[in-house]
Design a protein around this ligand. Structure first.
Ligand SMILES: [Zn+2]
Ligand SMILES: [Zn+2]
Length: 332
């Protein structure tokens, strides 16, 4: 099969590789569409922590089940599914306490195991969710990024009536804005590229700006959420949290990025800093939110490109032009 393979940090190509074969409890799925996000760029660049190369990136995908491993009865052959990409052992102290996203030996499809920038991918059968007919097929790859957003909201807790600032209006920032506003927050969005702010009101943004100087909010915001992973944006965002407020780290930074934190300031302002890492018991809920029309998927998706043109889609994701880029791995 054809796959976009990262052979070493910074080095990738579309290559012919062996088709995957399902083991016990696994299925092989034929990928229909796969979204691209910042994490894929970190895998390509080699700054996502210690990963083993070569690896095929891609973790936001929809697919049809084409082969069943031993003992698999569900999902049936031919089922159209989305796949929770988390990889975890199930028996470490984190997994046994329900934190499978923080498994001590865990990872994910597209990072520590081969992902979906490929025609076929091997996945755990019990991590497949059949896509209901009420979800437009082209929206299905949004399930994974939306499930990360729902996990962030689980981590943050109730937001009813909270003045909130979302930093970044890419696809993740817009989905965060939507879910925070559905949760009752009043959401301002800051994004330095003005063209990205245009659809923010349709996602529930109260106000939008290209700089926080343009947004006066009395003594800052009760909740500030970073959806950029940019260290300078995070540094500024921390200073904008109101006393007793919360800062949530949602965007994925370079593994080596640093910001300055003053312990005295955390003490004095009684700040809460919340991390949110991937997907935890939020995948099925995200799919149901999409099925319920909670997210205007059509406003998030660029025209998909064939696998042979994935370089264009990666570049658009890197420079922030367009929104959610997607590839069609079955077309050359
Ligand atoms: Zn992603
Ligand atoms: Zn584990």
């Amino acid at each position: 099969m054809k796959a976009a393979v990262v052979t070493a940090p910074g080095d990738w190509a579309v290559l012919d590789v062996a088709d995957p074969v399902p083991g016990p409890g696994e299925v092989v799925v034929e990928v229909e569409r796969c979204g691209i996000c910042g994490t894929d760029l970190h895998v390509v660049d080699g700054d996502a922590g210690s990963l083993a190369y070569p690896v095929i990136p891609g973790h936001e995908f929809s697919a049809h089940v084409v082969a069943l491993g031993a003992g698999v009865t569900h999902p049936a052959l031919g089922t159209f599914v989305v796949v929770d990409p988390m990889v975890f052992c199930g028996h470490c102290v984190q997994c046994r306490s329900g934190w499978t996203n923080l498994c001590v030996t865990g990872g994910g499809l597209g990072t520590t195991a081969d992902g979906a920038f490929a025609r076929y991918v091997k996945v755990q059968a019990n991590q497949c969710e059949p896509v209901p007919e009420s979800v437009p097929a082209e929206w299905a790859p949004l399930t994974e990024p939306l499930s990360c957003v729902l996990h962030a909201l689980d981590r943050i807790g109730p937001v009813l009536g909270t003045d909130t600032l979302v930093i970044g209006a890419g696809p993740a920032g817009l989905m965060l804005t939507r879910m925070l506003s559905l949760g009752g927050a009043r959401v301002d969005v800051v994004e330095r590229r003005p063209e990205r702010l245009q659809s923010a009101p349709a996602f529930g943004a109260d106000r939008t700006a290209t700089s926080t100087d343009q947004l006066d909010r009395e003594r800052g915001w009760g909740l500030v959420v970073d959806a950029t992973g940019n260290a300078a944006a995070i540094q500024e965002g921390l200073s904008l949290v109101r006393r007793a407020g919360t800062f949530a780290v949602f965007g994925v930074s370079h593994a080596a990025a640093k910001v300055e934190i003053s312990p005295y300031d955390i003490f004095k302002r009684e700040l809460t800093i919340v991390g949110s890492n991937s997907v935890r018991h939020s995948f099925g809920r995200a799919l149901r939110a999409l099925a319920g029309g909670r997210v205007p998927g059509d406003k998030l998706l660029d025209e998909p490109v064939p696998l042979g043109e994935i370089a264009t889609a990666l570049r658009r994701t890197r420079d922030g032009s367009g929104l959610k880029a997607t590839v069609l791995p079955g077309t050359a």
